[in-house]
Design a protein. Structure first.
Ligand SMILES: Nc1ncnc2c1ncn2[C@@H]1O[C@H](COP(=O)(O)OP(=O)(O)OP(=O)(O)O)[C@@H](O)[C@H]1O
Ligand SMILES: [Mg+2]
Lengths: 111, 142
C-alpha cells in the first residue's frame, strides 16, 4: 500500500509527507531503539510512541520510510525537521500502538 | 578501490541530539563507494550502536572506519568507565543506561548483541577505569 493511502486509511495527522508514493508492505512496532534497529525489516512502517530525534536516526539507517506515532503524540520539532530532510513520512495517529497495528493488519500489511 | 578509505569521527559524550550523524556519514560513504547493500545495512547497525554507546556510556570517544578492498573494519576507542563484566554486557537485556537515556528509547540492552550479530569478526576489550575498545569486521561477499 502507498504511504499516502495508508495515512488516509488510518485517519493520520501527517506532519511531514515524505515519499507518499512509496509502497509499504511490512510493519514493525516498538519503543526501544536498539530493538527496532535489530529486528525491523528494511522499508517497513514503524509504529512507536517515541518522539525524540533519535527515532529519525534509526529510521534513516534502517531505511524505514514511514513513522506512525501512536496515542496522539506529536513529533518534536527536531524530529520533524530531520524527517523533512530525509524524506521520511511522519504521522500522528490517535489510537494506541495496538489499535494502529490492528488496523494495519486489516489493511493487509504483515510483519 | 585502489587505496583504502579511512574515516574518523570524534563523538561527544551525552550529546543525544547528534543522533547518529557519524553512522549516517559512514553509510553514505559506503553507498557512494558502491559497496554491496547487505554490507551497508550491517555496517549501519554496527556503527549506530557503537556510536550511541560512546554517547551514553563512555562520555564520548573516537569512531573509525577503514574500508578496504575486501572488508570494512569499524572501531571505537574511549576513555570511559570501562565494562567490569563483558559477558554480562553482551547478554541481551542487560543495561546500565540512565533513566534519562531510557526515556528516549535507549537501554534495551541490545546494542552489543546487535553489533556482534552483524559482524563477521567481533572483538571487545575493556579495562575498568581506563576505557573500552571495540572492533567489528564485515567481510565483502563479492
Ligand atoms: N563504551 C562503553 N563504555 C562503558 N560501558 C559500556 C560501553 N558500551 C557498552 N557498555 C555497557 O554495556 C551495557 C550493554 O550495552 P548495550 O549496547 O548492549 O546496551 P545499552 O546501550 O545499555 O542499551 P541499547 O544499546 O539497547 O540502547 C551497557 O548498558 C553498559 O553498561
Ligand atoms: Mg547500546
Amino acid at each position: 500500500m502507498k504511504i499516502n493511502e495508508l495515512c488516509k486509511a488510518l485517519g493520520a495527522d501527517v506532519q511531514t509527507p515524505g515519499d507518499g508514493e512509496r509502497e509499504v508492505t511490512q510493519v514493525t512496532a516498538g519503543d526501544l531503539l536498539s530493538f527496532v534497529m535489530g529486528t525491523a525489516p528494511e522499508g517497513a512502517a514503524w509504529v512507536t510512541i517515541q518522539t525524540h530525534l533519535n527515532v529519525a536516526a534509526v529510521a534513516v539507517l534502517k531505511d524505514l520510510p514511514l513513522i506512525l506515532i501512536a496515542a496522539g503524540r506529536k513529533a518534536t520539532p527536531e524530529l520533524k525537521l530531520r524527517c523533512e530532510e530525509e524524506k521520511i513520512c511522519i504521522a500522528t495517529v490517535g489510537e494506541t500502538i495496538y489499535g494502529i497495528c490492528g488496523k494495519l493488519a486489516e489493511l493487509g500489511l504483515g510483519e | 578501490m585502489a587505496e583504502p578509505v579511512s574515516l574518523e569521527y570524534k563523538i561527544e559524550g551525552n550529546d543525544y541530539m547528534v543522533a547518529g550523524a557519524a553512522s549516517n556519514n559512514i553509510k553514505n560513504t559506503l553507498k557512494m563507494l558502491g559497496i554491496e547493500s547487505d554490507v551497508c545495512r550491517r555496517a549501519a547497525v554496527v556503527t549506530y550502536e557503537a556510536e550511541m554507546n560512546l554517547v551514553i556510556h563512555a562520555g564520548g570517544g573516537i569512531l573509525k572506519a577503514l574500508i578496504s578492498e575486501d572488508k570494512i573494519e569499524l572501531c571505537t576507542v574511549d576513555e570511559g568507565p570501562g565494562i567490569p563484566d563483558i559477558g554480562k554486557a553482551m547478554t541481551e537485556g542487560y543495561t546500565t543506561a540512565s533513566d534519562h537515556a531510557r526515556e528516549m528509547g535507549f537501554g534495551a540492552g541490545m546494542g552489543l548483541p546487535n553489533i556482534k550479530r552483524n559482524s563477521d569478526v567481533f572483538e571487545i576489550e575493556s579495562t575498568p577505569g581506563v576505557g573500552t575498545q571495540l572492533k567489528s569486521t564485515i567481510l565483502f561477499q563479492k
